[in-house]
Design a binder for this molecule. Structure first.
Ligand code: ZN
Length: 274
């Protein structure tokens, strides 16, 4: 897969990532080797080009935490996942089982598959990616622990991957961004930017329309999700589609389409960091 490289890297958004040096104003002799597939733009014109010797991806060196929602063992561990945890403005269950398509393709499996594909796509562009769980057979972790993983890494951005399960007539995707509570107020504006970038890339890349049953223009804002309330880094949730809608479900059960989803999301992260 190939993510289109953007313009010059702007090391924006108060992201104090130390080593972004690559794509300066064209002076220094870059040390990074030109990747073989990088755009072969060597204009032979006489005019002085500002082109840098090599152009790093905006994702290069970015710390990104991907959180595949739920887990394969949750359904068999009700005591553990129903344990209440504090989410900043109340309490909520540690985790839930998630939904599934009518044919039994589970949300946790979808979330896991998309997250692994996204991890690969982001790492190919130089990002440092951590997933909040190691496989799709375990229990949890609790929503608070999922947030803590990104907080401890001081992640530049984090995404929880989910899919919805509502009445069959509902279809489309939405992004959930934090409605600020006291403890996450500082990261709410950046989360909204992240959410907008991912929303646009997801819509463009997958062709899935905005949800027709929740949110506005593909965006919803909530303060009842532990994963957002407890995050001190920019973070949003994706609800990739409605698994109970036949059209959405057909896409989500298709591995090729899940690759398209991952590619689109990677593009959204790239836009966010550009
Ligand atoms: Zn979910």
């Amino acid at each position: 897969m190939r993510i289109k490289r953007g313009g010059p890297v702007v090391a924006g958004l108060a992201l104090s990532l130390g080593a972004v040096a690559a794509c300066g104003t064209g002076g220094g002799s870059g040390d990074a080797a030109q990747p073989p597939t990088a755009g072969a733009t060597s204009p032979a014109g006489a005019e002085q080009q500002r082109s840098a010797p090599s152009e790093a991806s905006p994702l290069d060196g970015k710390v990104i935490v991907i959180d595949p929602g739920h887990n394969g063992g949750n359904a068999d561990a009700p005591a553990e996942i129903n344990k209440q945890v504090k989410i900043g403005n109340g309490s909520k269950a540690c985790d839930t089982t998630g939904t599934s398509t009518d044919d039994g393709y589970t949300e946790h499996a979808f979330n896991w598959d998309v997250s692994k594909r996204l991890e690969k796509a982001l790492e190919a562009e130089g990002a440092e990616v951590t997933l909040t769980r190691d496989n799709d057979e375990g229990v949890g972790p609790c929503i608070t622990e999922r947030a803590a993983i990104a907080n401890e890494l001081k992640a530049d951005a984090s995404l929880s991957v989910h899919a919805d399960g509502t009445s069959a007539s509902g279809h489309g995707f939405h992004i959930i961004a934090p409605k600020a509570i006291e403890r996450n107020a500082e990261m709410a504006p950046a989360s909204r930017e992240l959410g907008t970038a991912l929303r646009d890339a997801y819509k463009d890349g997958t062709g899935i329309p905005y949800s027709n049953y929740l949110g506005k223009q593909g965006m919803d804002f909530r303060d009842d999700l532990g994963g957002l309330n407890m995050s001190t880094v920019p973070k949003v949730f994706l609800e990739a589609g409605n698994m109970r809608n036949p059209g959405d479900a057909a896409k989500m059960t298709d591995a090729k389409f899940r690759e398209r989803i991952a590619t689109s999301l990677a593009q959204g992260f790239e836009t966010y960091f550009s």
